[in-house]
Ligand binder design. Structure first.
Ligand code: ACO
Length: 319
């Protein structure tokens, strides 16, 4: 993982602003979620627009040009259109003429899924340089009258560049583990779709139920990837978790016995940006100078499906 980039829409929507049109307050949102504000895309700002800005920054960060890109995988639940994939729109906007491109849909776990798919394709010889993007205009899926969901989400995009490494110095993606359990579909879903209602629909969530699954399932996934990589939690330099709720992040931090200095937390300013949340947090970690080349990163996320997973990544490139 040799480069990162991110983009956040300009409009900042604070808890206080939300409380002017829905029955909530800053204190409740902060205490229950850790969220202080979120970004909101304008009506003419598309998921692909956010993705392109994040991708361009990731290309610069990795020092590669767009013609080097063999593969674009974009994780999103808020595509520009039902089809074609948003990834192919991003490919056209970037001018990535040598790349094949497709979307991955695993809601909040989308980035970990996309990373795993990219790793598998690269390991099987399908490309040497990949762009993996998480991009969402999630606020466009919200019912702004439903206080139990509309306060939780935000918009944004993050991207990483993956390059094959033949140095055998232990850089790159060390282990991945993906899980799904469709029996829990009704605790987190959207009540619309192409072959059901013919509408886009709105997010519905039984938050307390999702919360209960989150910590247990994410902790198990993290144990599994550490085992696969023959590492322990004391080897982790940075936990870069999905940013849904500060209480879930803190519980994971406790389970892994990590100090504050080893956990990236961006949920206060970004809220839950679904598939974009991990690469946005990664970008913050790298640009703030916290994450450095050679650091071991532990990524984990859970979302609708339920779908969840974890990855271990040695960031950067050998000297
Ligand atoms: N403002 C004020 N009060 C509220 C609000 C609000 N925005 N929302 C709910 N309440 C009220 C409820 O009505 C309830 O009132 P009552 O006790 O009078 O009935 C009370 O607050 C408590 O509600 P709970 O839902 O039990 O609150 P909880 O502490 O569980 O927090 C939350 C809710 C923040 C949603 C939490 O459960 C959570 O974070 N769950 C996990 C969500 C998550 O991780 N999602 C990730 C995946 S997202 C994806 O994949 C798209």
């Amino acid at each position: 993982m040799t480069g990162v980039g991110a983009y956040l829409p300009e409009k900042i929507l604070t808890n206080d602003e939300l409380s002017q049109f829905v029955d909530t307050d800053d204190n409740w949102i902060r205490q229950r979620t850790g969220i202080v504000s979120r970004r909101k895309a304008s009506s003419d700002e598309l998921t692909s627009d956010l993705a392109v800005k994040a991708a361009n920054q990731a290309l610069r960060s990795a020092g590669v040009t767009i013609t080097d890109i063999d593969c674009i995988i974009l994780a999103t639940t808020t595509p520009d259109y039902t089809f074609p994939s948003t990834a192919t729109i991003v490919q056209q906007k970037l001018g990535a003429e040598n790349a094949f491109a497709f979307d991955v849909q695993a809601v909040c776990a989308g980035f970990v899924y996309a990373l795993t798919v990219a790793n598998g394709l690269m390991c099987s010889g399908q490309g040497k340089t990949a762009l993996v993007i998480g991009a969402e205009t999630f606020t466009k899926l919200l019912d702004w009258k439903d206080r139990s969901t509309c306060v939780l989400f935000g918009d944004g995009a993050g991207a990483v560049v993956l390059q094959t490494d033949n140095s055998n110095k232990g850089f790159g993606i060390l282990a991945n583990k993906l899980y799904s359990d469709g029996r829990y579909r009704d605790i987190l879903y959207v009540d619309g779709g192409v072959s059901t209602t013919g509408t886009v629909g709105h997010v519905k969530m039984k938050g307390r139920d999702v919360f209960k699954h989150a910590v247990e399932k994410l902790a198990d996934a993290m144990d599994e990837v550490l085992k696969l990589a023959k590492l322990t939690s004391s080897d982790i330099d940075w936990l870069v978790p999905h940013q849904a709720n500060i209480r879930i992040i803190n519980a994971m931090q406790k389970k892994l016995n990590l100090p504050d200095e080893k956990v990236i937390k961006t949920v206060s300013a970004h809220a839950n940006t679904s598939a974009a949340s991990i690469p946005l947090a990664l970008n913050y970690g790298v640009t703030s100078g916290k994450i450095k080349s050679g650091h071991l990163l532990a990524l984990e996320a859970i979302g609708g499906g339920l779908s969840w997973g974890a990855s271990l990544v040695r960031y950067g490139r050998p000297d």
